[in-house]
Design a protein around this ligand. Sequence first.
Ligand code: FMN
Length: 192
Amino acid sequence: MNVSQAISARRSIRKFHDTPVARELIEQVLQAACLAPSGKNRQPWHFTVLQGAKKDTLVDAIEAAAAQNMTELELQASGALRTTKVMREAPVCIYVHNPQFALQGEHSKADNYRMRVDTQSVGAAIQNMLLRAEELGLGTLWICNVFYAEREIAAFLGRTDMLIAAVAIGYADESPAARPRKPLSEVTTWLE
Ligand SMILES: Cc1cc2nc3c(=O)[nH]c(=O)nc-3n(C[C@H](O)[C@H](O)[C@H](O)COP(=O)(O)O)c2cc1C
């Protein structure tokens, strides 16, 4: 599979088999993440791999936080519980943090600038994970619908840095059709 095939074939997967994923495959996915470019080569990423009971206990805590931190209406609208259901089903959840920024605290203008750079770097790393996983025959879901539980996640993982995303990984139990994309003409301006 070449890069363009992986880009075209990748889908967000929300149904997984319970077949475990070999550690060696997860390591290959994380190696791909680490090859991503990053601003000033800061490599502002840290990956926490959760499987089995640890993964599920954290999903329980995230669900409890959803109930506690959101009104019923927000909960319905957010799709939070749909996402935690996926995290429960997937055999692996990888939490991605930026160790260069604290979870809490004031941010200066310079910090904000650096945060924008770092966010792109971590995004590139996550996309590399998704594409390498695709090549290895694994399905993935990029997840941000966990920020409402960032304190609970920090406490569980013993981390004090900034949560950027989670990625669910496993063997796909669905083959969704390609989701629609805006036409290039709508998202591009050519000037000459
Ligand atoms: C930054 C980011 C955050 C996302 N967060 C979630 C999430 O929390 N829950 C979820 O089900 N999907 C999430 N997605 C997946 C998107 O819904 C999905 O990429 C989009 O609908 C396009 O579908 P496709 O990935 O199959 O092309 C996220 C994707 C990105 C890039």
